[in-house]
Each structure stands twice: as C-alpha cells, then as structure tokens.
Design a protein around this ligand. Sequence first.
Ligand code: SF4
Length: 122
Amino acid sequence: MEEKTKLICISCPKGCSLDVTHDGNTILKVENAACKQGYVYAEKEFTDPRRMVASTVKVKGGLHPLVPVYTANPIPKPKIQDLLVELRKVELQAPVTGGDVVLENVFGTGINIITSRDMPAV
Ligand code: SF4
C-alpha cells in the first residue's frame, strides 16, 4: 500500500525536508531533495538506517576520568542502545592515545569504536 513519510535528510547541513512515497520499504518517489543524495538517504533510512555514535568511556589514572570515543563508521540504529551499554562497561588505563581501538568489530558489524583524543596519565 502506497504511503507518504516525511524525512529530514542529514547527509549535509542543508537538511532537506524529504517527502517520501513508498510501499513498505520500497521507495517509489522522493520529493524536495536538493540533490541525488536525498534519494540515497531515504532508501538507506528505510532499509538499513545507521548513525555515527559519539560517547565517552572511563579512564583510570588519567588527567580526566572520561575520554571521548566514536564509531569509525555509522552503525545500525537498532544496535545503538546495546553499544551504549557496552561502552559503560569499558575502563581504559591511562595513558590513552587518540585513535586507540576501544571495542573491535562491535556486534560483528566490522565497525570499531575508537578514541578521539589523547588522555595522558597523571
Ligand atoms: S538532499 Fe542533498 S542537499 Fe538536501 S540535505 Fe540531503 S545531501 Fe544535503
């Protein structure tokens, strides 16, 4: 059955408000996209929605008690909550180097979680 759904494309800062006509997960038409990426975004959002995730993990013996981390690539949206639970269990030992892998191949996605800055020991 044909339906219409509104989506905001987050592929660039312009944030086009997309009018998507679809039948289930099959995209039939995307309107109001300022470029072709709008269609790509809508299709991905209906079949395999993903997001970059930024968070923090604990650090023992560091200048600060937390260090920021992020997903090296966007992870499937349904995995985000589980990822945040896993990150709460992580405790690194200072010193930490930006780019260190905190979790490897999370949930078999092939995606690593990495630190985004150094955290020196004190
Ligand atoms: S449709 Fe194109 S211009 Fe509009 S937000 Fe998406 S990427 Fe940016």
